[in-house]
Write a protein that binds this ligand. Structure first.
Ligand SMILES: Cc1ncc(COP(=O)(O)O)c(C=O)c1O
Length: 412
């Protein structure tokens, strides 16, 4: 394990250049669960495509097309290696939301019936709830909830208690975007498979931060987004075991995914994964995602996770020194910390922090039912990444200590 020097890492990220300011102050960016900054290497991969490599993919007959096909293939292999999958198990999508919708429509709507059940938790992001509501609406199956423990974490024992032969899909986030617990996916997969159900993993907050091995975890599906891992927006990944991709229906139809079709409507699809990639792919996005993966691999996923743990430990210790701060996930194991300041509405606090150059997220974080569970209307969330420094936390903590200023800020 190597200790990351975030001050050096920052040199790769133009958003940390001196010219970039928020409220005329140096930027303290603590909203990495929402999106992350991009290093020059990623920006260069994207701009090189537009500057020197532009062509459409899908087997054109000249060198530029041939080059792009090769590069997309290389990118697919790189994503596969990153999560220990096979190349043909990687579908490029627009992000986690699209990936989960693809599972819902391509598998859920096709195979589930009114007697079946999908299990999720109250801690899920909207993208891992609403697609399942749609499956329920279209097939009549039920969406039920696995109980969380008193800290809002899903323990395998709780799944054991509620799972049954009716359960066909268990869909959970490996790391919750509000409370930041890292779930024991391996154990959850064993329990899920014991009744013949499939485990859908929302990896939006895990793949960018913790080393992920789909074979070892034995998940059936995994979704993640490029923009949360130093890559571009508009590109993401659906991993699925190949035999499941073979069984699934495409959810988008068009060019690039069929071998032939006739006037009567008979269509022969290409094999997965391209069967699920209708239309022109997000080529620059895919090339940018590959560059992001190369970058994260150069730094090392274990080193990134350790860096975030150290930041977390330091931040929790410092935040606890302030009696006005209520922390909701003191014992989580990722770089996500969720809190409130006594007597101050979360959004007001976030607006105040913005006035001091600090970017945090406030509100319900797309996990509306979890906030009901916590008994809060809104919370403030900070989330770290490889380029965050201990000084970032000092700025946050010292700003929060000047509690009285919050009210002053309304009257200036
Ligand atoms: C846990 C989780 N799932 C899904 C998503 C949706 O990701 P995207 O908006 O990139 O599709 C997010 C985004 O914040 C998330 O945190």
């Amino acid at each position: 394990m190597k200790k990351i020097n975030p001050h050096f890492v920052r040199k790769d990220f133009p958003m940390f250049k001196n010219e970039v300011k928020m409220q005329n102050r140096p930027l303290v960016f603590l909203d990495n669960a929402a999106t992350t900054f991009k290093p020059f290497q990623v920006i260069e991969a994207i701009s090189n495509y537009y500057l020197y490599e532009t062509a459409n993919s899908h087997r054109g007959d000249y060198d530029l097309c041939y080059n792009i096909d090769l590069k997309i293939d290389e990118a697919r292999l790189s994503v596969a290696n990153f999560i220990n999958a096979q190349k043909n198990e990687i579908v490029f999508t627009s992000g986690t939301s699209m990936s989960i919708n693809l599972i819902a429509y391509g598998y859920g709507v096709k195979y589930l019936t009114k007697d079946d059940e999908i299990l999720i938790t109250q801690a899920e992001h909207a993208s891992n709830v609403l697609p399942w509501f749609k499956v329920s609406e279209l097939t009549g199956c039920k969406v039920n909830y696995i109980p969380l423990d008193k800290n809002g974490k899903l323990e395998p024992e709780s799944l054991k208690k509620v799972i049954s032969k009716k359960t066909k899909i268990v869909a959970v986030a490996h790391v919750s975007n509000v409370l930041g617990y890292v779930l024991d996916l391996k154990e959850l997969a064993k329990i899920t498979h014991s009744v013949g159900a499939l485990l859908v993993c929302d990896g939006a907050q895990s793949v960018p931060h913790v080393h992920t091995d789909v074979k070892d975890l034995d998940v059936d599906f995994l979704s993640f987004s490029g923009h949360k891992m130093c890559g571009p927006t508009g590109v993401g990944v659906l991993y699925a075991k190949y035999h499941l991709l073979e069984k699934m229906s495409p959810f988008m139809m068009g060019g690039g995914m069929n071998a032939k079709f006739d006037m009567c409507g008979d269509i022969t699809y290409l094999l997965p994964p391209v069967k699920f990639e209708a239309g022109t792919q997000n080529i620059s996005g895919i090339l940018g995602l590959k560059a992001a993966i190369d970058y994260l691999k150069m730094i090392g996923m274990e080193n990134i996770h350790q860096h975030e743990q150290e930041l977390r430990k330091y931040a929790i210790k410092k935040l606890k020194e302030n009696p006005n701060i209520i922390i909701y996930n003191e014992f989580a194991d990722s770089g996500i910390i969720t809190f409130n300041y006594k007597g101050i509405f979360a959004q007001d606090l976030a607006t105040y922090l913005n006035s001091q150059g600090i970017a945090v997220r406030s509100g319900q974080h797309c996990a509306k039912v979890l906030l009901d569970y916590l008994g809060e209307f809104a919370t403030v969330r900070v989330s770290f990444y490889l380029y965050n420094t201990f000084e970032d936390i000092d700025v946050l903590v010292n700003t929060l200590l000047k509690g009285g200023d919050f009210l002053d800020a309304y009257f200036t």
